[in-house]
Design a protein around this ligand. Structure first.
Ligand code: SF4
Length: 371
């Protein structure tokens, strides 16, 4: 019989946890035991990162997408959502505003916008935009554009990108087929491997409460460890109007915090974000108390930009800004890390990336999925 105390002790010694131990942690119930789990997660975060928290600005610059994920408000067949594709000038303006607000990284996100995935247009305009934003802000940049072609992955570091995010959402292939309809599981995994070979750090993510079992979550956490994801995120599922999963009840907020804590226990030295996209500023304290060390999804007010899962939550009220986040950090004895501390971490991790380089004659295995 495994006991919570023994598992937490083992985690605090940073010994690898067995699958049944991870499962035991994921099943933790009751406020007392959950508080012990969160406390252990904070101890490990503080050991590896001190009291430093990093802030990521989020620019969702195109909500057009050729894909039809069953959980997503912006799936191609949803006629209920307002879509936009921001101009370069609008994106640059949002980037400048976020940079002024002193964030550590800019996350440039879009759906798999058919405009750019159409070879007649291509990604060159976006790569030019990345170069421009890098020159103007000199901030680390994260790219989240879906399964982009190999040549784009290879061009991203030169353009100034530092990260590639591409979320599997689940590592149960049957569930993946139900969530990411008509998409290829391997292609999505491979783009992250190719990104590492090209010199980019990677973020992997899972969706909690969209039909997975706790065994699936344990498997996902193991996959994130094996793929050496530099940043590992969990976000609770939010039912969206006009989607096949729109009637699925949402999971309790605690579920996201428990998974976040277990991620910290298994991956103590990795970045683990608290997203403002699901529960807004109200949910931030709990996520920081559960072991997060990054706050993501900061969006400038009045920018007419949207979140991914909660399109409007707290944006125009200014609740998704560094000014709103910093007092909460201070209240919890945390502080915003410096830019030097963040870039030093990124630099150190880049040095540990695999050294094999992608050759131009390597087979192009990227498949252009139908939307
Ligand atoms: S989750 Fe991403 S890939 Fe899927 S439909 Fe939404 S925007 Fe497109």
């Amino acid at each position: 019989m495994v006991s919570l105390d023994k598992i937490l002790k083992k985690a605090l010694y940073e010994e690898p946890l067995f699958r049944d131990e991870v499962l035991h942690l994921l099943r933790v119930e009751g406020e007392g035991d959950q508080a012990r789990l969160f406390e252990a997660a904070r101890t490990l975060r503080d050991r590896h990162f001190g009291n430093k928290i990093y802030l990521y600005g989020f620019i969702y610059f195109s909500t057009w997408c050729r894909n039809n994920c069953s959980f997503c408000y912006y799936r191609t067949s949803n006629t209920l959502c307002d879509r936009y594709r921001k101009t370069d000038a609008q994106i640059i303006e949002a980037a400048a505003r976020l940079a002024e607000s002193d964030i550590h990284l800019l996350d440039l996100t879009m759906g798999e916008d058919p405009f750019y995935f159409d070879q007649r247009n291509g990604f060159e305009p976006l790569l030019r935009l990345v170069r421009e934003i890098k020159t103007r802000t000199n901030l680390p940049l994260m790219i989240s554009w879906g399964v982009v072609p190999d040549e784009v992955v290879k061009s991203l570091p030169e353009a100034g990108a530092d990260w590639l995010a591409c979320y599997q959402e689940t590592h149960n292939r049957a569930l993946f087929r139900r969530l990411r309809l008509h998409q290829n599981y391997e292609d999505r995994l491979e783009v992250k491997e190719k990104a590492k070979l090209a010199g980019l750090l990677i973020e992997e993510g899972i969706l909690s409460g969209s039909g997975e079992t706790l065994e699936d979550v344990a498997d996902s956490i193991e996959m994130m460890k094996q793929m050496k994801a530099h940043q590992a995120r969990v976000m609770n599922f939010v039912p969206q109007k006009g989607t096949p999963l729109g009637a699925l009840p949402p999971p309790p907020p605690t579920r996201e915090n428990i998974v976040l804590s277990v991620l910290r226990l298994v991956l103590p030295h990795r970045l683990i974000p608290a997203s403002l996209d699901i529960y807004g500023i109200e949910g931030l304290r709990e996520k920081l108390q559960a072991g997060a060390n990054v706050v993501t999804s900061l969006i400038p007010p009045s920018s007419a930009l949207r979140g991914v899962a909660q399109s409007f939550l707290g944006i125009d009220e200014g609740h998704r800004t560094s000014q709103a986040v910093i007092p909460i950090l201070e209240e919890l004895g945390l502080r915003k890390g410096t830019h030097e501390e963040y870039t030093a971490w990124v630099k150190k991790e880049k040095k540990n990336l695999p050294t094999k380089t992608l050759r131009n004659d390597e087979p192009r295995r990227m498949k252009v999925a139908a939307g």
